[in-house]
Ligand binder design. Structure first.
Ligand SMILES: Cc1cc2nc3c(=O)[nH]c(=O)nc-3n(C[C@H](O)[C@H](O)[C@H](O)COP(=O)(O)OP(=O)(O)OC[C@H]3O[C@@H](n4cnc5c(N)ncnc54)[C@H](O)[C@@H]3O)c2cc1C
Length: 285
């Protein structure tokens, strides 16, 4: 591990053979800073169980670092989830990121179709069927999940996941440190003691940053958006500016009690490694 703090890297299953071929090098470069684990998305952008599994195998083969599958329950059945859990247990998986997943565009109600409607039901199911065999991580939304009725209602729903047995949480990406501190204050008042690790998306471009933020309801501060827009045709300057903004965010979070960082790597090593280098973290314990 790069420091006594928690560090993890998120990958997604590559969609083309060319991108799959590039992944071992990315994994090797990221593994060199000794993260706690790599997590691998499932279901997002049409990715399949096979893709998640193959990416997990690539992580283990090319790094020896723990590989953690995401598991979404939207549109699924108890029998199917039970089968996936058995396969993961038999493959030696020790930790799972348990999620509802995004609703299909045609959804008529906020409750997911299928036999599970919300992530708290998935967490309960894992605990009922597997006890403490898996560590369970869930999603947290310092700036509120975009479909929630209110920040208070969303927080109550986060609490349900904790009460159902989550061991830790990873947050949605955000660029306002105060949103995280406000969330943690609410956790403190509600007696939630599990680690809530900030999810960090390095800034690598103007249009993709705007798109990522719009997609998950994250607030991109106006001054950052304007500066990225201004620099969009000067890649090197934009990336330097993005690095500065996100380094400051990470530094502020870690100095004020965040237990570590979870990086949305988008299958690139360079942006995350530049950030980690900039952060001047304490030496490993
Ligand atoms: C760290 C992280 C990793 C992710 N990885 C993936 C991935 O691999 N694949 C993928 O498809 N997506 C992924 N996502 C996106 C995630 O699936 C979406 O944000 C999804 O819309 C919500 O998932 P959730 O688990 O947070 O849902 P939930 O916790 O179920 O919340 C969903 C919505 O329902 C509300 N709600 C929750 N419980 C209840 C309840 N009992 N009653 C009424 N309302 C309730 C909440 O307030 C919220 O608005 C990830 C998100 C994060 C933060």
């Amino acid at each position: 591990m790069v420091s006594p703090l928690h560090f993890s890297f998120e990958l997604f299953p590559p969609r083309t053979p060319e991108n799959m071929a590039k992944l071992p090098a990315v994994i090797g470069q990221l593994a060199a800073v000794r993260p706690d684990y790599f997590s691998i998305t499932y279901g997002a952008g049409g990715s399949t169980m096979k893709g998640t599994y193959e990416t997990m195998v690539a992580v283990v083969e090319h790094s020896g670092v723990e590989a953690v599958p995401h598991l979404t329950c939207v549109g699924s059945t108890r029998a199917h989830i039970a089968e996936l859990l058995r396969r993961y247990r038999d493959a030696g998986v020790k930790r799972i990121v348990a999620l509802r997943g995004d609703l299909p565009a045609t959804a008529m109600s906020p409750a997911a179709p299928g036999e599970f409607h919300y992530a708290n039901e998935l967490v309960s199911f894992i605990r009922e069927t597997h006890g403490d065999e898996f560590k369970i991580e869930v999603a947290a939304y310092p700036e509120m999940h975009p479909q929630a009725h209110s920040p208070g209602a969303d927080f109550e729903n986060f609490l349900r996941k904790v009460e159902a047995g989550a061991d830790a949480a990873l947050t949605q990406l955000f660029y306002n440190a105060d949103a995280y501190f406000d969330f943690m204050e609410r956790c403190g008042k509600a007696g939630i003691r599990i680690p809530v690790v900030p999810g960090i998306m390095p800034i690598t471009g103007f249009s993709n940053t705007v798109r990522f933020c719009a997609g998950c309801g994250a607030d991109l501060p106006r001054w950052v958006r304007l500066r990225l827009e201004e620099l969009q045709d000067d890649k090197a300057s934009l990336q330097d500016f993005g690095l500065e903004v996100v380094t400051r965010l990470c530094d502020t979070l870690l100095r004020n009690g965040a237990p570590g960082l979870h990086f949305y790597t988008i299958n690139q090593s360079e942006p995350t490694l530049r950030l980690l280098k900039n952060l001047a973290l304490p030496a490993p314990a």
